[in-house]
Design a protein around this ligand. Sequence first.
Ligand SMILES: Cc1cc2nc3c(=O)[nH]c(=O)nc-3n(C[C@H](O)[C@H](O)[C@H](O)COP(=O)(O)OP(=O)(O)OC[C@H]3O[C@@H](n4cnc5c(N)ncnc54)[C@H](O)[C@@H]3O)c2cc1C
Length: 414
Amino acid sequence: MSHLHDVVIVGAGPGGSTTAAFLARAGLDVMLLDKADFPRDKSCGDLISPIAVQILSKLGLEPSFQKFGFRVEGATLTSPKGELLRGPLPSHPSFHPYAYVIKRVILDDLIRQAALRFGAHFEGRVRIRTVQPQHEQELRVIGERGSERIEYRGRLVILAVGANLPLLQSLGLTSGPVDFAYAARAYFEGVQEIDHHIHLHFNGVPLPGGGWIFPLPNGMANVGAGFYQRSERKPSTAANTLTRFLANPSIQAKLNGARQVGPINSYILRTNFHRSSTLGPRMLVVGEAAGLVNPLTGEGIHYAVESGELASDCVRACFEEGDFSSTALMRYDKILRSRFQRMFTLSTLMRRFYMNSFLLDPMVRACNRWPEISERVVNILMAYQDPADALRPDVILKTLRCLRPSRSNLLRFQ
Ligand SMILES: Cc1cc2nc3c(=O)[nH]c(=O)nc-3n(C[C@H](O)[C@H](O)[C@H](O)COP(=O)(O)OP(=O)(O)OC[C@H]3O[C@@H](n4cnc5c(N)ncnc54)[C@H](O)[C@@H]3O)c2cc1C
């Protein structure tokens, strides 16, 4: 019979590997599994927010971000009609006013390597098909490597499979309609006018949706575009959306002289945490598998690593108390709900309200005209402030006052 691990983690993306690192550091016997061999790529914008940087710094990773990533200190946003909003990333008492752009093929392996350094075990090319109870005290995690059937035993299981649904569906851990977004990215080299800003574009894309140019080291950039399921103009695929975005004159001007390297890669995003399951019997769901992708920004790494850290706190408490009951596991759900339930519900509302061709331009104008509105919106996008603050009557009225363009179309956030 195979060895009984304390925790078996399925999925070695940022969510699974962060959980593995915190648990292994606490002395638990952790087996981390992935259907891919590592290092592996993942279609992404590669932007790691200040909150994610702070959590991953606890695992000693920031020096690697400085080495392999590009530090961004500001954002430039282009509205659907081409008006600009530009400024530094906001300051916050707990988080740095900067983020990193780092290729996922590097980032995910850095986190996985940290987990291994703390003592976790890893096996790649293992596709897990199901998880079954074995006695009352353990679970069997069953899958295959090539044509070989393979089985692991764990006292607890963490499911961190990202947007890949079959395993979650087979375990009854998805409920209700799944809210998807679709996005694609390509890498470019020889980008001439790279600055230390992320460039967010709402021109040349279907709404709700967006495009981006995120700078990488050595004159490279990650360029992408995506849209939400209920977009106004139904685009056929994320790859087509990106192709059209790349043909937009303002994007062509920014990428002047740059060459695409490698193919366009696309993938889905799940943004419905507020309606997702976070646990099953002796199981916790971490990261995008729990729908934890910000419904406004499409950002998922922060939520994957934060939920990973919170899951590890809950699992450690279970082992300390010898209590693996659903009541003990429920502590994870409670803390996740208190952190994100309201944020996800209101961010979805904010997306529906503002991210359309009627109100997005006026909203950008209002941000340019009233710095306190821009400060609120930027802090909401950084997950520092309650999204309700952008849905208050004063903000809506000021947005409506900006239905027509003003003389100035470029001011600073601060
Ligand atoms: C085009 C695009 C751009 C994006 N841009 C950004 C961005 O700039 N910043 C940001 O923060 N977020 C971004 N996101 C979202 C972000 O990529 C994800 O939310 C994030 O990767 C979620 O991390 P995770 O660990 O939960 O899942 P993942 O990173 O998806 O990892 C899941 C892992 O599970 C493995 N797996 C799945 N099923 C099984 C199975 N049955 N058996 C074994 N292994 C399995 C997979 O191989 C994978 O390695 C973007 C997404 C897309 C599609």
